[in-house]
Design a protein around this ligand. Structure first.
Ligand SMILES: Nc1ncnc2c1ncn2[C@@H]1O[C@H](COP(=O)(O)OP(=O)(O)OP(=O)(O)O)[C@@H](O)[C@H]1O
Ligand SMILES: [Mg+2]
Length: 301
């Protein structure tokens, strides 16, 4: 099976805050064309894992590689230039600025003409065009998430990191956000997303990672994780996981897993069978920008 290009790799990453180690031997991969989801209980280290990619914490072991380049412990302002855009769970827009001004802020490190890109963003999120002159803080929760994602996408990132984009939203808006994530992905941007709505997230994911206590617990295709009784029991609201497994088959490098619906009861980080065979990802961090627009994904069109 031809493997898609590896965009982001976290390999054997240890890291935390100050003297407090949160992540232990974390491994993750995101390939071109993938939506990869991180789920797990509160405090498991999901956000911390994302921050590790964005240079927001100190990594004491392992490495983070973006498109073949080692960005371990690279500061956020540089990570952005490398093509990583991070949409944090909260405070991810400027509420008092208009929608258009938010998008312009997202492009602040670009020194080229970003108008065409803004047009693409408006085409991707029509409600934002309609409300482009309104303060972003006056929009609905779902539309504010559009602004947050649109702001990040202004830099045409190599990869988009989303931390719980549906948090605090009604079920209706949550579904809307997942549709938006699919749209963004369809336009060519690989996505690494932390989600508390594990079922819906895994349903649109090519692959998923379950973190527990700062460690890889399971790793498999989204379909396999949904169908896994153990995962369902622990993270999907009761073993009915199998009933939801209708989501999309793991596309991309599903090589990892295989048995689409069977149970991959992998156990912690070791679970080679369902996934975690290879270690990888690592840190992340904050907001939006990056400059290299051009190359990677250019969606729009
Ligand atoms: N800035 C920080 N300084 C010190 N400890 C932190 C910091 N942020 C998070 N932690 C701790 O790191 C651990 C992992 O937190 P993290 O936010 O990564 O978990 P999470 O899986 O994202 O949880 P949630 O589902 O609640 O968002 C927790 O014990 C948390 O208290
Ligand atoms: Mg979190």
């Amino acid at each position: 099976m031809s493997e898609k290009k590896l965009v982001l790799l976290l390999e054997n990453v240890d890291g935390g805050y100050g003297d407090s180690q949160i992540l232990t031997d974390i491994n993750m991969e995101v390939h071109q064309g993938e939506i990869v989801v991180i789920i797990g209980p509160n405090g498991a280290g999901k956000s911390t894992a994302m921050k590790s990619v964005f240079g927001l914490l100190n990594l004491t072991k392992g490495k983070v590689v973006l498109n073949g380049k080692d960005i371990t412990n690279m500061p956020p302002e540089k990570v952005v230039h490398e093509g990583v855009c991070y949409v944090p769970q909260t405070a991810n827009i400027f509420p008092s600025l208009t929608v258009q001004e938010n998008l312009e802020m997202g492009a602040f490190i670009r020194n080229d003409d970003f108008k065409p890109r803004m047009q693409e963003i408006f085409e991707l999120f029509p409600p934002l065009y309609e409300k482009r002159a309104q303060p972003a803080g006056t929009l609905s929760g779902g539309q504010r998430q559009m602004v947050a994602m649109g702001k990040a996408l202004m830099l045409e990132p190599q990869i988009l990191l989303l931390d719980e984009p549906t948090a605090g939203l009604s079920p209706l808006y949550q579904s809307e956000i997942f549709e938006i994530v699919k749209q963004v992905h369809a336009h060519g941007t690989p996505i690494l997303m932390v989600e508390q709505n594990a079922k819906q997230a895994l349903a649109i994911a090519d692959r998923g990672y379950v973190l527990v206590d700062g460690k890889n617990k399971y790793h498999d295709t989204g379909a396999a994780l949904l169908a896994d009784p153990e995962v369902g029991e622990m993270f999907l609201g009761g073993g009915k996981a199998a009933t939801i497994s209708k989501r999309k088959p793991a596309t991309a490098n599903a090589k990892t897993k295989t048995t689409p619906k069977s149970k991959s009861k992998t156990t912690s980080k070791a679970n080679s069978k369902s996934g975690i065979k290879k270690p990888l990802p690592k840190k992340v961090k904050d907001p939006s920008l990056k400059k290299k627009s051009t190359t990677t994904k250019k969606s729009g069109a």
